[in-house]
Ligand binder design. Sequence first.
Ligand SMILES: [Zn+2]
Ligand SMILES: [Zn+2]
Length: 62
Amino acid sequence: MNAFKCPTCGKLTGGAEKFCIDCGQSLNVVCPVCANSWRFMFDYKFCPNCGQKMKTDSKKKN
Ligand SMILES: [Zn+2]
Ligand SMILES: [Zn+2]
């Protein structure tokens, strides 16, 4: 488990959290097609496993 920064707010996480402790952003992305999941270290546009377009539920800042 590697520490990484929340892609939404930049808070450093310990690498084990499922959600950001600072902004509530989900830190896992799940491919709707092949159901593989990855740590949400940055915006996944396409699934690294099957190449399908990914949908991340990142929150938008107002
Ligand atoms: Zn955050
Ligand atoms: Zn996939």
